[in-house]
Ligand binder design. Structure first.
Ligand code: ACO
Length: 429
């Protein structure tokens, strides 16, 4: 039987709406006819109760601590797959077989270089610019370089744009870093894996050999997998909204990067690391927890709590495991910040304040420590997030373009300004 929802307005009218079911998760009330039927809008700032689209890519059950990409639990993907397999999955809906993977990796690998003139684009930025400022500009500028992948109505153009973005993002992130520290750009080396190549472009210098460390490469690859998509978050919704007007993919991804830059979205791992540094010592943990529980202090336990996860963030568990592996590999088992993080987590998980509010560690709690151990400076953390999330943005953008129900995004509003009035001549105002 078709499910329906009825809405009774105070003037006595009763409106009826279809209720749509997804494959899992809550049903949604289809209110598209609300204004037509009732002459009213809904009010939902921040989209707390609004599904902005239908999607088959990522599913989160925050109460159960569940994250699925195309149906596969993140734990299994992070354990059995590499980042490019996950990219293939997000873009195509299925995991690749060996042959498909080979073809995909080969194509991505052969798009890693950027147009040589783009190198000069970097020179226009101050060296002390935030790397995310550079990213927004340079990724947006890709649409000025790759005219043969701008026609969004052409599936082949969309495919090439997707490959270009996934392949060139590590090159651009590494260039932004090299530029900020005054070192020469390192060109991609196609004999290396996606992530090893990125690490080399970040850390190699022409004067020395660069040796790839597989444990560290695997750790970064896992960071990429864990950040690859997270359904309709702020930056993904930004990409969809930008794309809904028909804007080209490079411009849309630049918009996503701009949104991700905000501290409430991509900047939390930086904040978590700064918090650990400011606490400084395990002996101060008790005092800090006290402050985090005191609302008047304005202090929060950064890396704890999540709008959607009201259970242990499944990505945080994997990140904690990776943290152990990386610190062991580098002989940093006694890393004071990691010890501090473990002590903080232990106390918070037993404290009634955090337990009763369902505040658990999120992915950012440990990812800053891992990135710091890999040698990635704090200013680059959000760029790494952008690199990883690019595939999610593209998959969601592609899904939107192919959706027959897609329309230009155009929210309504509750207007609270002046009612109609007349302009007075300037000497009577
Ligand atoms: N430390 C101390 N108290 C907290 C924390 C925290 N980290 N997070 C939430 N609380 C408390 C709030 O004070 C509130 O208490 P109350 O009910 O007594 O008033 C309660 O828990 C609910 O908090 P809200 O802010 O309403 O929860 P919301 O779901 O809106 O916020 C958020 C989620 C923003 C992530 C929040 O938990 C937070 O600020 N965490 C720290 C920042 C952080 O780690 N952000 C990363 C998010 S993950 C990501 O973006 C990839």
């Amino acid at each position: 039987m078709d499910k329906k929802a009825t809405l009774k307005l105070s003037d006595g009218r009763t409106l009826e709406f279809p209720v749509l079911g997804g494959s899992i998760g809550p049903d949604v009330i289809d209110i598209r006819s609300l204004y037509g039927q009732g002459g009213v809008f809904t009010y939902d700032p921040g989209f707390l109760s609004t599904a902005s689209c239908a999607s088959s890519i990522t599913y989160i059950d925050g109460d159960a601590g569940l994250l699925l990409y195309r149906g596969y639990p993140i734990e299994q993907l992070a354990t059995h797959c590499d980042f490019l397999e996950v990219c293939y999955l997000l873009l195509n809906g299925e995991l690749p077989n060996r042959k498909q993977k080979e073809g995909f990796v080969n194509t991505v690998t052969h798009h890693t270089m950027v147009h040589d003139q783009l190198n000069r684009f970097f020179m226009g930025f101050r060296r002390d610019a935030h790397p995310m400022a550079v990213m927004v500009g340079v990724v947006g500028a890709l649409s000025a370089f790759y005219h043969d992948s701008l026609d969004i109505a052409d599936p082949e153009h969309r495919k090439v744009a997707a490959f270009r973005l996934i392949a060139k993002m590590p090159t651009i992130v590494a260039m932004a870093y090299k530029y900020s520290i005054g070192q020469p750009f390192v060109y991609p080396q196609n004999s290396l894996s996606y992530t090893a190549n990125f690490m080399r472009m970040m850390f190699a210098v022409p004067a020395e050999e660069y040796n790839v460390n597989d444990v560290l490469v695997r750790a970064l690859d896992r960071i990429f997998i864990l950040h690859a998509d997270h359904e309709q978050n702020a930056s993904t919704s930004t990409v969809r909204l930008s794309g809904s007007s028909g804007a080209n993919p490079f411009a849309c991804i630049a918009a996503g990067i701009a949104c991700l830059w905000g501290p409430a979205h991509g900047g939390a791992n930086e904040a978590a690391l700064e918090m650990l540094e400011s606490i400084g010592d395990v002996s101060k943990v008790g005092e800090f927890i006290k402050k985090a529980k005191d609302k008047s202090s304005g202090v929060r336990l950064m890396g704890f709590g999540h709008r959607v996860y009201k259970h242990y963030d499944p990505r945080a568990k994997l990140m904690r495991e990776t943290c152990h592996e990386v610190l062991d590999e580098l002989g940093l088992h006694d890393d004071p910040l990691f010890k501090l993080a473990l002590a903080l987590e232990k106390i918070a998980l037993e404290d009634d304040y955090f337990v009763s509010r369902k505040l658990y560690p999120n992915v950012d709690f440990y990812s800053g420590i891992v990135q710091r151990a890999l040698g990635i400076p704090v200013s680059m953390f959000t760029c790494i997030f952008a690199l990883a999330r690019t595939v999610g943005w593209i998959a969601q953008w592609n899904e939107m373009i192919g959706d027959p129900e897609q329309k230009i995004g155009r929210p309504r509003q509750l207007y609270k300004g002046a009612a109609r009035r007349d302009v007075q001549p300037i000497d009577r105002r």
